[in-house]
Design a protein around this ligand. Sequence first.
Ligand code: FES
Ligand code: FES
Length: 157
Amino acid sequence: MISIVLEVNGDRHELEVEPRKLLSDVLRQDLGLTGTHVGCEHGVCGCCTILVDDQPARSCLMLAATADGARIDTVEGLQQPDGTLHPLQEAFHKHHGLQCGFCTPGFLMLASTLYKQAPGMTDEQIRTALGGQLCRCTGYVGIVRAVRAAAALEDER
Ligand code: FES
Ligand code: FES
């Protein structure tokens, strides 16, 4: 076992982990943050996308030990402490950006890095930016609409 420190959604965690343990498993099993979903487990579907030091990363491809000292954001950290949804969460709800919801945490986390630029992007550019995330339900139309709408919802607040 090795000792690591992770700052997850603003909280510091000191953990003892097996060197081979995946970051996705530490988030889900050790910290109980099951909002990070695991689908393919080999870097294809994007369900497990989180932010590591503000950069999107596939947590199923990263060892927790590699993230030692990093600042991590997961979907649980998107809403405000008072329960107010993040504009992206509100937009996904409003524009039907999800059906089963399995892919949604990954989409939300990746989109959180780009939604402010989305109003100036074409649908094709948004689709390309989200191209690494797979959704088996929605056909992506609602997702693109939601990502485009989130910045405006934020401005209305
Ligand atoms: S579970 Fe990580 S990319 Fe699919
Ligand atoms: S909403 Fe079901 S996989 Fe995307």
